[in-house]
Design a protein around this ligand. Structure first.
Ligand code: AMP
Length: 114
């Protein structure tokens, strides 16, 4: 896949407000937050989208979601609750083609999403 702004953040070529990191996952605050807490979780190994993920990425996807939940728990967000979102491809609203999980919290979420 081609490089994205998120690849540059992983390599520390552009600044980001990094809030979590382990061997496989990096998380940083969204530049344009849609909730009081809006953090993006990305795999360090680039995958363009959820649609581009295959069985070879199964462990990585698990680690990505578990890192998100771990952070939410540590930040006291699991109770009252939070939302996770993965936008996929154009109609899904994806704008950066490096798979990422949005973690949104700090307000009551509504349904359906826009
Ligand atoms: P998506 O539309 O699901 O692909 O989400 C991409 C997200 O990345 C958007 O919410 C953007 O606000 C966010 N974003 C883009 N560039 C940056 C950046 N340099 N640092 C932090 N967040 C970014």
């Amino acid at each position: 896949m081609s490089d994205t702004i998120f690849g540059k953040i992983i390599r520390r070529e552009v600044p980001a407000d990094i809030v979590f990191e382990n061997d496989d996952v990096l998380a940083f605050r969204d530049l344009n937050p849609q909730a009081p807490v809006h953090v993006l979780f990305i795999p360090k190994q680039a995958v363009a989208s959820l649609d581009a993920a295959g069985t070879e990425h199964a462990e990585l996807l698990g680690k990505l979601l578990l890192a998100t939940a771990e952070y939410a728990r540590a930040e006291g967000l699991a109770e009252p609750g939070y939302r996770t979102v993965i936008n996929c491809n154009e109609a899904g609203g994806q704008t950066v083609y490096h798979l990422h999980v949005h973690l949104l919290a700090g307000r009551q979420m509504t349904w359906p999403p826009g």
